[in-house]
Design a protein. Sequence first.
Lengths: 264, 385
Amino acid sequence: MGVDRRGFFKIAGLSTLAGMAGKTSMDALAQGESRFAPNPEALHGKRWAMVVDMEKCKSKEGCKDCILACHQVHNVPDFGNPKDEVKWIWKEQYHHAFPSQENEYIKDDLKHANVLVFCNHCDNPPCVRVCPTQATWDRKDGIVMMDWHRCIGCRYCIAACPYGSRSFNWRDPRGVDEEEESFIKETNPEFPTRTRGVVEKCTFCDERLAQGLLPACVEACTEGCLKFGDLEDPESEVRKLLAERFSIRRKPELGTQPEVYYLV
Amino acid sequence: MLENALYGDRKYWGWLALLIFFIGVGFLFYLQQLSYGLGITGLSRDVTWGFYIAQFTFLVGVAASAVMVVLPYYLHNYKAFGKLTILGEFLAIASVTMCLLFIMVDLGQPSRAVNMILHPTPRSILFWDMVVLNGYLFLNVLISRVTLNAERKGIAPPKWIKPIILLSIPWAVSIHTVTAFIYCGLGARPFWLTAILAPRFLASAFAAGPALLILLCLVIRRFTKFDPGKEPIQKLAEIVAYAMAANIFFVALELFTALYSSMPEHTIHFRYLFFGIEGANSLAPWMWFCEIVGIASLILLLIPKFRRDENILTAACIGVFISLWIDKGLAMVVAGFVPSPLGKVTEYAPTFPELMISLGIYAFGFFLITIFYKIALSVRKELPN
Ligand code: SF4
Ligand code: SF4
């Protein structure tokens, strides 16, 4: 149900945007048509998951390609201070990303690793359990989605998420700072911006999957550290990687069943 | 009946004018919050609930505590509380109203609050909290109206109201239990993840609420002919003493489990509260003050000689109230967020606009209490002419 409704919003939103962008009516029509019918190229999965190769990732010191790509394509505002910060994907020190894996004497490179973190699209998501309006819900394909038009901004989901994956818009993300600089440097007209007072987070790029594209972070990574795929498909690359190499998840003891796996 | 609120002396009107002033100031700041966003508060990405939600939690307790006068009167036929039940119910109405307002000002998109009704979600504890709080408000409005009306006409209240009054007793317990469930069902927040949270909430509520009621009684006795009498005040004081003792006992249980097991995610929040971590210790002085004043007040209440002295009793009640307010209205919510689930320490302090908005809501609550009590006392002709 939720998927359909969101799909509708997207169509509505995109047709408006298409109109605003001043495309020719034929173009707009053509685009509108392809949006109404499910895109034949769309990627389908039963349980989407991400595998992060920490070995590969650390090889490129200070790389932020995936983060920049995600935040750009999703119109994630930059408020320039940690208090108001909104982020979908970022790097976290090892002992913050895996607080229960505390061990003074582990390999140095692991100890000082900067781990890429984002929403785990948990199979048993506490954020979904607590939301009083179903503004966040889990789709059949395992994606934990957000409806920014329904969210009332109670922030119960933030209290419930054990991974700090969710951000709240403390200010108007469409606004400007004291120097009249927009919080969203370069708006991507293909994706909605949010209003103040709602929660947002990574959506595994549902909008790109619907067009047959991989998530923006996966595409942006030149080192091939990020693998996205369907865990229910035994032939998928993610399943093979997990079968071959040792992987860990963040706070599995909480029973949230995170669907982001880290190869160490 | 309501027209009684419209006649009063200069002190009455002066007091109301003062409250209206603060309501207005709070409202102006709220408009500012609406246009800027909740970023106007001290809240941050890591500490996402603060002063508003803490006041809400504390006031749910005050609302629930009305049961401490209703229960002895109706279940145990304890006649001395006869004059107090209506005051307890009015206090409950004002408190629940403040709770709902604190929730509203905490919402990022208050205009969408109806989504909770349009898309009812029983798996969310917030949904149940909305149900029990509004239900409790309704019950208390109904009960106080019917009983006061009967009193005005000099007749006994209708029979059908009795089962509703009895229903309000477990309902009072439910509002604070459900409010505790909002917190204690979250694996992400070990500080709240304890079965003692709901009992502790109830114990602290049954101490803070009656303590406030004693203080209110003593205040109105000074300004009116209303005299609840020595006995009910003393009985209330005993209730405060028992509840406060239970509360301190529960705190000790919690501390033992956390500290003896020595599991870092449980101990660290207490360490933050009492000593601070990574140099962040802004709550520590409050906490020590809270515990010392709490224990000192309990000792005063436990010793009959002190309890019977009204001056000492007043001091002890103020002590209990302040101690529990710091515990629940300041520390309990924030400590759940510090450190964050990722082990990061971000401190929180309410900002000036946040405090003014809160003050405005409290002023509104006191405004309601004032006119409600005025009505009740006018009906009983206990006001000076
Ligand atoms: S990581 Fe957090 S926000 Fe994402 S699904 Fe899990 S609990 Fe929800
Ligand atoms: S902030 Fe929004 S998404 Fe999160 S629990 Fe509240 S309504 Fe749901």
